[in-house]
Write a new protein. Structure first.
Length: 202
C-alpha cells in the first residue's frame, strides 16, 4: 500500500467521486427506462455513443428514439434491477460490467415478438392455451451490461453500452396488485418519486 500522502489521498477521493458519479449514471439509465423518461434516458449517453442491446451496434440516440415508444406500446410496466458491478477507471475513460435483471410485464403474449422475435415468441405461445395469449405476460431477462464510460467536461456518460444475455423467461403475468388499494408506480412525472426528489431539491 502506498504511503498516505496528500496526493494519494486526493487521488483516492477523486476515484471515489468518479465511481459514485458512474453508479448514479447507471441508476439514472434504469430510472429513465422504467419511468419512460426520455430526457433522463438520453442524458446518460453522449450524443455519439453506441448502444447494442443484442441487435448490433447502433447510435444510442436512435436506441432512445425506439425504446421508449416501444415500451409505451407493448409494456404495462418494467423494472430494471442492477446488482454486482465491476468498474475500472482509467483517467477520463472507464469500463464496467453490471449485472441486471430486467422485468417486463407486457400487455399480452403477442408483444413477445418485439422482444425476442416472431419464431421464438411463437414457440413460447404454443405452450399456453389461446385464452392466455391476450392477458398480460411477463418477459424477464438476466444479463450483464458491458459498458465504456467517458468523462467530458467533468461529466461521466456512456460512450458504449452493450448487453450479454445469460437467461430469459416468459410466462403469464400475475397483475392482482392492480385490484388492491396500493400506491402504484407510474411511467411519467406523476410517479410519486418525482415529488420526492423535487422536495429534496427545494
Amino acid at each position: 500500500m502506498p504511503p498516505a500522502t496528500d496526493d494519494n489521498i486526493h487521488a483516492q477521493l477523486a476515484a471515489i467521486a468518479d465511481r459514485q458519479q458512474i453508479s448514479d449514471l447507471i441508476l439514472d439509465y434504469c430510472r429513465g427506462v422504467d419511468r419512460l423518461d426520455d430526457p433522463l434516458l438520453r442524458s446518460t449517453y453522449w450524443p455519439d455513443a453506441i448502444d447494442n442491446h443484442g441487435g448490433g451496434d447502433a447510435n444510442a440516440m436512435d436506441f432512445c428514439d425506439r425504446v421508449i415508444p416501444l415500451l409505451r406500446e407493448h409494456a404495462l410496466s418494467t423494472m430494471h434491477l442492477v446488482a454486482n458491478s465491476r468498474l475500472v477507471l482509467d483517467g477520463d475513460q472507464a469500463s464496467g460490467e453490471v449485472y441486471v435483471v430486467a422485468y417486463h410485464v407486457l400487455k399480452s403474449a403477442r408483444s413477445l415478438d418485439t422482444f425476442i422475435g416472431p419464431e421464438a415468441a411463437q414457440t413460447i405461445r404454443d405452450g399456453f392455451p389461446p385464452a392466455a395469449l391476450d392477458a398480460p405476460f411477463e418477459y424477464n431477462a438476466g444479463a450483464r451490461y458491458l459498458d465504456r464510460f467517458q468523462r467530458r467536461g467533468g461529466e461521466w456518460r456512456f460512450a458504449y453500452r452493450g448487453l450479454a444475455f445469460e437467461w430469459t423467461q416468459a410466462r403469464p403475468a400475475c397483475v392482482s396488485l392492480s385490484l388492491l388499494n396500493r400506491t402504484r408506480g407510474r411511467r411519467d412525472p406523476s410517479d410519486p418519486s418525482y415529488a420526492v426528489f423535487a422536495a429534496a431539491r427545494a
